[in-house]
Write a protein that binds this ligand. Structure first.
Ligand code: ADP
Ligand code: F6P
Length: 325
């Protein structure tokens, strides 16, 4: 079959937003325009696609965006896209607007939508956009670096007051199903404990005993980084205070971790990935996702990428615990 000629590229952001998404959008737009293509921006992810919220994008439309958090295209979650009817309708709308190639910036869920669109004849490339770092085919996801730095700075501040008052502090970071943000903060902030959704069977009695032991050794605070997926931070604080006699406070960092100006790393990696997505489409590729592994940007088949597994590296987790001595 003759390779499809790509004349118009669409771009959308889907799922949770992440700092650096704008850098990726900008790179898609400017790379495509530079190569003589037309670019259409789709607002509000798949929901906007199904509602035909489609706009032309010029080089100037993405001016002054590389440093901005969030996504200028907005993002959404869309149940209809999970249905065959929704997927067929989305592919038909792409055809109606002449969108031959689509760049989807999001997480695994968003890639499943891209996979379906590819089945229905729209060439698709996924870019990994999530602060959770939970995409198996890549060591880097757009937004993680900014989010971990944002959380780290916030935790440093909590640590100051925790030390002054000689308290235990439980700080809940994002990560419903994935503990990478918690693990990184645990190491970067020198936490005494890291509780990850991947390790559900943490032992609260052991934590209580450890807090008491630490007090005897003269430690002035006790920091627990709790991933969102563990939950229960407020009640945990009450229980720990009761059991240890050490004043304990819980702080839930929440959505502030998803906002803010992207770091240099997120701007640069997202820019390269955005440009690469356009080049892959021009090579006639479809159903691919761009990842970063062993120091290189590489693309994977979406089906294979979704089948890959990723767990918390046990060695890094053990080191975090060792360093909390
Ligand atoms: P993320 O992309 O960050 O993993 P979600 O899991 O919320 O976020 O997925 C984002 C969107 O991708 C969903 O709201 C839905 O529109 C689409 N999506 C998720 N799973 C599927 C699926 N199995 N088939 C088609 N589209 C899907
Ligand atoms: O962006 C990823 C993530 O932050 C998860 O860690 C979290 O569970 C989820 O998004 C929450 O997203 P929302 O509040 O938008 O549903």
């Amino acid at each position: 079959m003759a390779e499809k000629i790509i004349r118009t590229i669409g771009v959308l952001t889907s799922g949770g937003d992440a700092p650096g998404m704008n850098a990726a959008i900008r790179a898609v737009v400017r790379t495509a325009l530079g190569k003589g293509l037309k670019v259409r921006g789709i607002r509000r992810g798949y929901s906007g696609l199904l509602n035909e919220e489609i706009i032309d994008l010029s080089a100037r439309d993405v001016s002054d965006t590389i440093q901005r958090g969030g996504t200028i295209l907005q993002t959404a979650r869309c149940e209809e896209m999970r249905t065959i009817e929704g997927q067929q309708k989305a592919a038909a709308i792409c055809k109606k607007y002449g969108i031959d190639g689509l760049v989807v910036i999001g997480g695994d869920g968003s890639f499943k939508g891209a996979q379906k669109l590819s089945d229905y004849g729209v060439n698709t490339i996924g870019l990994p956009g999530t602060i959770d770092l939970d995409i198996a085919c890549t060591e880097y996801t757009i937004g993680f670096d900014t989010a971990v730095n944002t959380a780290m700075e916030a935790i440093d501040k909590v640590r100051d007051t925790s030390t002054s008052h000689e308290r235990c502090s439980i700080i809940e970071v994002m990560g419903r199903d994935a503990g990478y943000l918690a693990l990184w903060c645990g190491i970067a902030n020198g936490a005494e404990r890291i509780l990850l959704p991947e390790e559900h069977d943490y032992n609260e009695e052991k934590i209580v005993a450890d807090i008491k032991e630490n007090r005897k050794r003269g430690k002035k605070h006790y920091i627990i980084i709790n991933a969102e997926g563990i939950g229960d931070s407020m009640n945990m604080a009450k229980r720990i205070e009761e059991e240890t006699g050490m004043e304990t406070r819980a702080t839930i960092l929440g959505h502030m971790q998803r906002g803010g100006s992207p770091t240099a790393k997120d701007r640069v990696y997202a820019s390269i990935m955005g440009a690469m997505a356009v080049d892959l489409l021009l090579e006639g590729k479809t159903n691919r996702v761009v990842g970063y592994k062993h120091g290189e940007y590489i693309d994977f088949d979406i089906n294979e990428a979704l089948a890959m597994q990723k767990g918390i590296p046990q060695y890094q987790y053990d080191i975090a615990q060792q360093l909390a001595l």
